[in-house]
Write a protein that binds this ligand. Structure first.
Ligand SMILES: [Zn+2]
Length: 185
């Protein structure tokens, strides 16, 4: 298959990290230390899984308030033919189903961890889900809606704002995307 649309990951790694390919070597853009690494590694595993199915490798997990993974998903856009089946949307749907089966905590207290900065659609879904915290890996300079193009989740005009941690294992996330697009060129 051919991934739809051009991607920032189609380009070779720039000499400077200023192009949105931040990783552990650019501490100015890193927050949160290693706290989120285990969850991000689960999200990265989801990204690898869906790449093997032909989808652009992006993965997401949702953690309950005690840090337990209640949803894990990859981008399924190509596999399902559903343009809204981004990893975050699929994970939020799983988490909402899990939350309905539980009491004692709410989706509003959960953390969403995703390998790539969410797009406008997903950032909007995160706000609508009232997710407490968003953790993402690589920045997406072409479509990111949490820092790069706009900031949906911290817009003071909206009635819910999300705490954001960015740049977690960003180099690994960017490498997966770069390798995928190189292989599918
Ligand atoms: Zn998205």
């Amino acid at each position: 298959m051919t991934p739809a649309g051009p991607s920032a990951w189609d380009a070779p790694r720039p000499a400077s990290p200023a192009g949105g390919l931040e990783d552990e070597s650019s501490p100015a853009r890193i927050s949160g230390g290693t706290r989120w690494h285990p969850a991000m590694r689960t999200a990265l595993a989801e990204a690898v899984r869906v790449a093997e199915l032909g989808d652009v490798p992006i993965g997401a997990v949702v953690l309950d308030p005690s840090g337990v993974v209640i949803a894990r998903a990859g981008n399924e856009r190509e596999h399902t033919g559903d343009p809204t089946a981004h990893a975050e949307i699929v994970a939020l749907r799983q988490a909402a189903a899990a939350a309905r089966r539980q009491d004692g905590w709410r989706l509003e207290e959960c953390t969403l961890v995703v390998t790539l900065e969410p797009c406008t659609m997903c950032a909007g879904a995160i706000v609508n889900a009232r997710i407490a915290r968003l953790v993402f890996g690589a920045f997406d300079p072409k479509a990111g809606a949490v820092s790069s193009l706009r900031d949906v989740v911290r817009d003071p005009r909206l009635n819910h704002r999300v705490e954001v941690t960015s740049g977690v294992l960003a180099g690994e996330s960017a490498d997966l995307l770069r390798d995928f697009f190189a292989a599918h060129r």
